[in-house]
Design a binder for this molecule. Sequence first.
Ligand SMILES: [Zn+2]
Ligand SMILES: [Zn+2]
Length: 369
Amino acid sequence: MAHALNPILFAIPVFFATIGIEALVAQWLGRNVYNLADAITSLQFGVLSQVTGLLTKALSVGIYIIIYSHFAVAHWPMGSVIAWVAALILYDFSYYWLHRMGHEVGILWAAHVVHHSSEYYNLTTALRQTSSGALLGWLFYLPMAIIGVPPVMFFAAGLIDLLYQYWVHTELIGKLGWIDNVLVTPSNHRVHHGLNDYCIDRNYGGILIIWDRLFGTFTPEHEGEKIIYGIRKPLHSYNPIWGNLHVYADLARASWRAKGLRNKLLSWFAPPAGWWGVPLAHFEAEHFSRFAAAKPTRTPLIALSLYTLIALLTLIFLGAGEGWQHRYQYAAALLIAVLTRITAAALTPPADAPHAPHDRSAHPNNPRA
Ligand SMILES: [Zn+2]
Ligand SMILES: [Zn+2]
């Protein structure tokens, strides 16, 4: 496999610059859209996702290349603009279904939940990405390999689809008129991240929101109803490792408790709300309070310094790590993971600190978001 430089590396300066601009504009407008602990946590999820992404390339890249090389029924011409545009549209269509299943099937939700676990909605939320998406995500893109989309075209489409979604994670851009009905935009993607009843399982699109309109999952943002962000069964943690595992743990417990082999297996596929047909609990926004209300005293400097160290290590790892022996790759990934855990500890207020009430409106059986 060629050691091409990870293209995300080139986007990182743009990420940091735009996050800084968004935070400054928000402050200037007096909008409470950022929380330092939450933002650092989102960035840590991003780091872990990139680090595990390098380790799981055999799944995300390898399987596609193998299927394309052995089973493709055609080979799309790399020089054709139409082929490139068609590949991007096909990718976006496949992404719609992966994303939709990510909200409707427990085991896929266990991976995707990461992206929804912030209770803030800003550009750092876009970088709050899962570390386990590669485990099953590749399944949804196999048809593209079989019909002959060349790997380079496929990966470029995936990168464009991912990077496109960055800018829509902001509260600072309002409705955009007819564009909100065609493309994924800040307004319609805010709905996707909302806990409000009307927001659940809506607007799955990556670039085109047209898929949601076609398949009946589109809902525009309601005027006059403030969207509350997060997941119905809140994470309540700054630990990005636990943030990647908590729904898998829930599913394992549910499967353990289920009676009979059939139910034990089915419980991994049940929708996040529980079993099929369980009605969605009503979300009571007035009872919601965000995690992070307690102010840790020693936090900002320690956590920021640790995060800077993590970011530098990650840059080295992403830039050069692909050529390393596996044991060094795993050692570096482990070191970065341990540092994210220590940073999380620095962000978490001591147990005796006064906490804001965590009275969540979630129905215990209805942790869907
Ligand atoms: Zn989602
Ligand atoms: Zn999102």
